[in-house]
Design a protein around this ligand. Structure first.
Ligand SMILES: Cc1cc2nc3c(=O)[nH]c(=O)nc-3n(C[C@H](O)[C@H](O)[C@H](O)COP(=O)(O)OP(=O)(O)OC[C@H]3O[C@@H](n4cnc5c(N)ncnc54)[C@H](O)[C@@H]3O)c2cc1C
Length: 488
């Protein structure tokens, strides 16, 4: 179905400017704005051009091919999946299939984002994620059973065969389905700028591939190029002058290319400013992607180099990660006892750390555990005792700092420590402005015709804090919407 490489500019008559001869270079676009690079010799054509083969791009491509469109997915990497393929594979969904559960889900994301996330996107996620997971299942992707992301009113499902192992399997299945419907992937091809016709419609992408510059021309373009966690200059400009020094947990190609291309075509950006635009998690430095104890943190206590607690761990792993940034030496130790280790979510983390060959320190007393991980034994024991004394009915309001929920005494040997945990950027929150149809908007709300965006770099969904599984759900839901809109 995909119309393969074409050197005949008028072949499909997709462009209103075709009559003036595309082969003649940029002037041929009759005032095309975005493309400033020299005219390439080769062109490829399809109905929809997707930039980026991560969760959002593949969702858009699969949806568009299902609707009968020809699709080319460009990816500058030599492989599929961007950050998505490195993910744990957790998708967030409402706690049930009811209107109340959907409302709870959206409200949890709004609440944790201090009311400054994108409520429209949260509502779309709540509305569509269950059906979209079923859609992936129909397309050969297996999911595990539902769990709860305590203490939030949010459920989670992992891509099969389980955490940290499922995403490559998901991408294999999605790729097969997209290709079976005539879609195509061009790897090692970097989109450099968007091509507009003289009506101001986005009609393609000028890209650099192994054979030099190539134009990918379509009826519409979907930007799904991910975030900017690996772009030092963007982090320093938008988040914080020191943010460029932060460890990056994931994919080095997350350089905000989509943000910049869209901006050059007139798009507005939202939610990019300050540290509230970053997702920070404290992880094991020997495995910055998978050495991530998110589901254990709310149940355990986190102790800094001075032997003190410093955050309400039950606020979740992003609030925890951001709090670690300001601690001595910028690291922390997660401490729990045998009973806490038996909680399913914590046992899963411990099992994963062991599978990865990461340290799970263990001792029969808190003092001995502290000595093993270089914490001051007396101060650490004092902190644990004071915390235990403050635990009442699952909370520790009198502890310093208080723990609102999921508080359990740390008193049953053996004691465990995950150490060291250091903060790193997982994903970036801000993105290209879009509407509920994933159409890209200018800062004043005008639609840029022909241009759609989805995924980590679009919509500005999250702000400041985050509940695990939200990003993949957002990429799936908004990617699919972008694919549908791009065909419509
Ligand atoms: C270690 C880790 C674990 C995570 N685990 C989870 C999880 O379990 N659940 C969850 O919800 N979220 C998780 N996240 C976050 C989530 O994975 C990402 O937010 C999400 O995968 C982003 O998907 P995307 O499709 O927007 O971008 P990506 O998956 O990053 O895909 C973007 C693609 O665009 C390509 N690209 C970029 N620029 C260009 C260009 N100029 N030309 C051509 N191609 C280009 C890239 O090569 C890349 O393949 C995790 C993140 C990390 C780092």
């Amino acid at each position: 179905m995909t119309d393969r490489t074409s050197h005949n500019p008028n072949r499909r008559g997709l462009l209103s400017v075709a009559s003036v001869g595309l082969g003649a270079g940029m002037a041929a676009f009759g005032g095309a704005q975005a493309a400033t690079l020299p005219a390439p010799q080769a062109q490829h054509r399809a109905d929809v051009i997707v930039i980026g083969g991560g969760m959002a791009g593949c969702s858009a491509a699969l949806e568009a091919t299902e609707r009968g469109a020809s699709v080319i997915v460009l990816d500058k990497a030599g492989r599929l999946g961007g950050n998505s393929i490195l993910a744990a594979g957790i998708f967030a969904l409402p706690l049930g299939d009811s209107a109340a559960a959907r409302q709870d889900f959206a409200r949890e994301y709004e609440r944790i984002g201090q009311g400054r996330g994108n409520a429209e996107i949260f509502a779309l996620m709540a509305e569509h994620v269950r059906e979209n997971i079923a859609w992936l299942e129909r397309n050969g992707v297996a999911f595990g059973p539902e769990g709860v992301s305590a203490p939030f009113r949010v459920a989670v499902r992992n891509v099969g065969p389980g955490a940290w192992r499922g995403m490559p399997v998901l991408f294999q299945a999605m790729r097969e389905r997209i290709e079976a419907r005539g879609g195509r992937f061009d790897f090692g091809v970097k989109a450099r700028e968007l091509v507009m016709d003289n009506r101001g419609h986005v009609v393609g992408v000028r890209a650099a591939g192994p054979d030099g510059l190539v134009d990918y021309l379509g009826r519409t373009v979907v930007i799904a190029a991910g975030g900017y966690a690996a772009n030092t200059a963007m982090l320093e400009a938008f988040a914080d002058p020191n943010a460029g020094a932060l460890m990056v947990r994931g994919y080095r190609g997350a350089t905000g290319d989509g943000h910049r291309m869209a901006e050059a075509a007139g798009a507005g950006l939202r939610g990019m400013g300050g540290m509230m635009a970053l997702h920070i998690a404290a992880v094991d430095p020997d495995s910055t992607a998978a050495g991530q104890p998110a589901f254990a943190i709310p149940h355990a206590i986190s102790i800094n180099r001075a032997g003190e607690r410093f955050v309400d761990e039950s606020r979740g792993y992003v609030a925890h990660g951001k709090a670690v940034l300001t601690q001595p030496q910028g690291l922390t130790t997660l401490v729990f006892d045998q009973r806490i280790a038996e909680i399913e979510a914590v046992a899963g983390v411990v099992g994963n750390f062991r599978r990865l060959g990461l340290d799970v320190h263990q001792a029969d007393t808190i003092e001995a555990l502290a000595a093993k991980v270089g914490l001051p034994p007396e101060a650490t024991a004092h902190t644990v005792n004071a915390f235990n004394a403050a635990v009442q009915d699952g909370a520790a309001p009198g502890a310093s700092p208080p723990k609102r929920t999921l508080a359990r005494k740390v008193e049953q040997a053996p004691f465990f420590a995950l150490h060291p945990l250091v903060p790193g950027i997982t994903l970036t929150f801000g993105g290209v402005m879009t509407d509920t149809s994933a159409r890209v908007l200018e800062a004043d709300g005008r639609v840029i015709p022909g241009l759609f965006a989805a995924g980590e770099g679009a919509g500005g969904a999250f702000f400041e804090d985050y509940i695990g599984g939200g990003a993949l759900t957002m990429c799936l839901v908004m990617g699919r919407i972008a694919g549908r809109s791009a065909v419509a």
